[in-house]
Write a protein that binds this ligand. Structure first.
Ligand code: ADP
Length: 187
C-alpha cells in the first residue's frame, strides 16, 4: 500500500492537485477538511465541535482528526494507495500517523509540499470565497488566523519529514498542469 501526503498552506491548490492525482494514480483521496465539512453539513456532534474551531481559523483537536483518518484507512483495505490532503497538520498528528501505519507495517512514502507566498494564499482564498460557500474563507480575520496557524503548527512538519528523507517541494504559483507534471515525477 502506498501513502502520500499533499502538504502546503491553505489555498496552495492541494484539493485541485489531489483530484488530478486521484484520476491518474487511482489513490483514495482523504481530505480532512472535506471530511469535517461533511460532518458539519450532516449536523453531527463531531461536526458541531469541528465548526467551533474552523470558524475561528483554529485546528480541530488532533484526536478527532486522527480518529477520522484511522477510520478511512481501516475501512478501505483494498485501496491502491492513500493520498492525504490537509493531514497531518501538527507534529502530534504526524507521529500518530506513523504509529498507525507502523502497526500495519506500512509507512508514508513521500510528502509533496506545494509552496506559495502568504500574499497568494490571501488572494486565492478571497477568490475561492466567491465560488465556494465556505464560512472560513469569507472573513479576513479567519484567513489571517489560518495563515498564522499554518506557520505556527503545521510548518514545523517540514523539518519532521525532511529528517525522514521524505520531503519534496513544488512551486505552487505556476499553471495547474505544470504543477501536476512536477508532482507526478515524484509518484
Ligand atoms: P485549507 O487547507 O484551505 O485551510 P481545509 O479544507 O484543509 O482547508 O481545512 C479547513 C479547516 O478544517 C482548517 O482550517 C481546520 O480548522 C480544519 N482541519 C482540516 N484538516 C485538519 C487537521 N488535519 N487537523 C486539524 N484541523 C483540521
Amino acid at each position: 500500500m502506498r501513502y502520500f501526503i499533499l502538504f502546503g498552506p491553505p489555498g496552495a491548490g492541494k484539493g485541485t492537485q489531489a483530484k488530478l492525482m486521484v484520476e491518474k494514480f487511482e489513490f483514495r483521496h482523504v481530505s480532512t477538511g472535506d471530511l469535517l465539512r461533511r460532518e458539519i453539513k450532516n449536523e453531527t456532534e463531531l461536526g458541531k465541535l469541528a465548526q467551533s474551531y474552523i470558524v475561528d481559523g483554529q485546528l480541530v483537536p488532533d484526536e478527532v482528526v486522527v480518529k477520522m483518518i484511522k477510520h478511512e484507512i481501516v475501512s478501505n483495505p483494498d485501496a491502491k494507495g492513500f493520498l492525504f490532503d490537509g493531514f497531518p497538520r501538527t507534529t502530534e498528528q504526524a507521529e500518530s500517523l506513523d504509529a498507525l501505519l507502523g502497526e500495519l507495517d506500512h509507512q508514508v512514502e513521500k510528502v509533496i509540499s506545494i509552496i506559495i507566498s502568504d500574499e497568494t494564499i490571501k488572494e486565492r482564498i478571497k477568490h475561492r470565497a466567491t465560488i465556494e460557500n465556505r464560512k472560513d474563507d469569507a472573513d479576513e480575520k479567519i484567513i489571517e488566523n489560518r495563515i498564522k496557524t499554518y506557520h505556527d503548527k503545521t510548518e514545523p512538519l517540514i523539518t519532521f519529514y525532511k529528517e525522514q528523507g521524505k520531503y519534496v517541494e513544488i512551486a505552487g504559483e505556476g499553471l495547474i498542469e505544470e504543477i501536476f507534471e512536477e508532482i507526478s515525477k515524484h509518484i
